[in-house]
Design a protein around this ligand. Sequence first.
Ligand code: HEC
Ligand code: HEC
Length: 285
Amino acid sequence: MKFKAMTALAGALAISAVGAANADPVEDTLVINDELEMVTKTAAPEHMEYIDEIYSGWHFREDDTRDMQRDDFDNAGMLGVEAAMDAWDTVEGTAGKACSDCHGAIDEDQMVGVRAVYPKWNEAAGEVWTIEMAMNSCRTEQMGAEAWGYNSADMINMTALMSYVSRGLPVNVAIDGPAAETWEKGKEIYYTRFGQLELACANCHEDNYGNMIRADHLSQGQVNGFPAYRLKDAKLVGLHNRFKGCIRDTRAEPFDIGSPEFVALELYVTSRGNGLSVEGPSIRN
Ligand code: HEC
Ligand code: HEC
């Protein structure tokens, strides 16, 4: 057990080991709609130094929460996917175009696999782009439409649709070449201690996954399930919003949603899940 890290945190946060039976990720298999087999646990990518096996956050949730993800009828995140399917075909902006005019009908498979490789280096912009940035560039440059707010429902629903059409494919972001610098920056943020509690992402999600923090079963903080339908908020939650909540829990001032810091962090954290299935929209508490 990771006792040293645990005792350091125990006082401030009430992190505790749970009974041996459920201290670890739950042994279970995720098959969606009885046909789509998901990789929710696999060998860690080579760049990870301290973890051998990676797990989707799904393995750390309660039975009934896990069950809601087995069937799309029980997955409330699918409402966002459906809303985005309508938006996909809706003409907006001065160019008089819908997403589908350029990218084809959503069931034509043109967008399959896109989610799995984002964040990704954008050559023309000379920076790493999240899929939200790529979509907003389409809105402003291709459609002559207003950019969506990074954390708006329209944006989150469309990211849910992009995940949905790539669901089951392995996350596979590139961390080398021109993306390397951003990845390093994200890694640095991941290991930086923030706030009054002086906690890094790693203290909770690397040193203590499997342990309880208050009433929550700590996962590895993987991002393959995003956007996630959070039962506590009764809505789909975007990734940077989740990052923000985690940093706020350390009593630090979080970075802004869509900020270069969160883009870099997203690239790094996503790369820690290379090999897991794209799982969004997932159900989390
Ligand atoms: C007028 C044509 C046009 C419209 C309309 C359009 N796009 Fe695009 N989109 C493009 C082009 C061109 C690219 C860049 C292609 C590339 O880099 O492979 C692109 C790239 C993308 C990418 C990244 C693809 C990749 O493989 O990296 C996403 C995601 C995307 N668009 C989503 C959308 C969404 C969502 C909408 C509607 C809100 C939309 N697009 C509307 C032309 C368009
Ligand atoms: C004080 C401990 C703590 C710290 C520090 C922390 N988190 Fe979390 N995080 C949690 C808890 C608790 C949850 C909800 C249960 C879970 O999935 O682990 C969570 C959930 C997440 C999730 C959702 C995982 C899923 O599958 O739904 C992500 C992603 C995440 N954290 C990323 C981060 C990142 C990145 C950082 C650093 C900026 C960070 N966290 C810092 C406690 C922490």
